[in-house]
Design a protein around this ligand. Structure first.
Ligand SMILES: Nc1ncnc2c1ncn2[C@@H]1O[C@H](COP(=O)(O)OP(=O)(O)OP(=O)(O)O)[C@@H](O)[C@H]1O
Ligand SMILES: [Mg+2]
Length: 311
């Protein structure tokens, strides 16, 4: 079973206007709402791929209800902890000239009691057939080591963890040895204190360093330069697929979804890589974080070229 964790979900509100007039009246031409947050995006892509997951985290207020409704409509199981306050609505204002203005709400503050309730709920899902996806930002009131705490707790019950975080949270969480990680190139370079563009060899070396500590799979996404998948005895690199790009936001989340789906279905290494490349490229062809359809992913899989590197 796959459990996606979104501790700080959001309604993603997209607004289209001609030209933003600060301090004036702005008439909206088109508005769209979707449930967002990295873990939720991963659940949506898993659903499109034909898999199942349980989405969890914290929800509050009317915005929280809206997210729950969206997930139910999409047939995504969900089991959120309800908190006081209002789940965030993050607004992106698109102007005709291409400018994008973002207005992000802070989201609810999580109390210690609610956090403890959440952690025990997660432990309830943990067994050797469970993969937890820890992705995205951490809400106010919660310490940065919460992912590390979750990893240690669910590991005790034999569960696995896929981590997708950056900066300090990434660094602290790595100390608890997640099983699968998917940093993008910049996240990995920052972690290693490298302030230039690392070569494939250097990225491979960094991945080896992480694996020595107990991380089993390192997927390094490199945007339009493709990706690397590194596992014991299996080290490959794939050029990105050639697609018409609409929005690269969420491409990494689609790759995380493909990694999780592959783990759940016990797909072999080559098939895992094909799915990762196709799902992430498919996500680039859609608007915003909308997941690609299974048909699009199947078609794109034919384009994948797997190059062996290292071992
Ligand atoms: N322009 C592109 N064309 C084709 N594939 C792309 C392109 N950009 C990204 N991808 C695919 O998506 C994968 C993930 O992209 P990227 O490295 O940008 O992830 P990310 O930075 O974690 O993204 P996010 O966190 O916004 O979802 C890449 O490894 C690649 O397979
Ligand atoms: Mg990412």
């Amino acid at each position: 079973m796959i459990v996606t964790v979104t501790m700080n979900p959001a309604i993603d509100k997209t607004v289209e206007i001609d030209a933003l007039q600060p301090g004036g009246l702005n008439r909206i031409r088109k508005v769209e709402y979707d449930a967002g947050g990295k873990g939720i995006n991963v659940s949506k892509t898993i659903r499109e791929l034909g898999g199942e997951s349980v989405a969890t985290g914290f929800l509050g207020g009317n915005a929280g209800k809206t997210i729950e409704n969206v997930l139910n409509e999409k047939g995504i199981r969900n089991d959120f902890i309800w908190v006081d306050g209002e789940t965030r609505t993050n607004t992106k204002v698109f102007e005709v000239n291409g400018a994008v203005t973002e207005l992000n709400e802070p989201g609810p503050v999580i109390s210690e009691e609610k956090l403890e309730e959440f952690l025990s709920r997660l432990e309830g899902y943990a067994d050797q057939d469970t993969l937890f996806i820890l992705a995205g930002s951490i809400p106010s009131g919660v310490k940065k080591d919460v992912y590390a705490d979750i990893i240690r707790r669910v590991h005790k019950k034999g569960a696995k963890v896929l981590l997708d975080a950056d900066g300090e949270v990434f660094r602290i969480s790595l100390e608890a040895n997640p099983d699968i990680i998917k940093p993008n190139r910049v996240e990995l370079e920052e972690y290693a204190g490298i302030d230039y563009r690392a070569s494939t060899e250097e990225l491979l070396e960094l991945a080896h360093g992480l694996m020595e500590r107990g991380i089993e799979t390192v997927a390094v996404s490199m945007g339009r330069s493709g990706a690397m998948l590194i596992r014991p005895g299996y080290e490959v690199k794939c050029p990105a697929l050639s697609v018409k790009a609409h929005s690269t936001v969420g491409a990494g989340d689609a790759m995380v979804a493909a990694l999780a789906y592959s783990w759940d279905r016990q797909l072999d290494n080559d098939e895992t890589v094909r799915l990762c490349m196709a799902a992430s490229a498919g996500a680039v062809t859609t608007i915003g974080t909308k997941p690609p359809t299974r048909e699009v992913v199947e078609e794109l899989k034919k384009q994948v070229i797997i190059e062996r590197i290292g071992a």
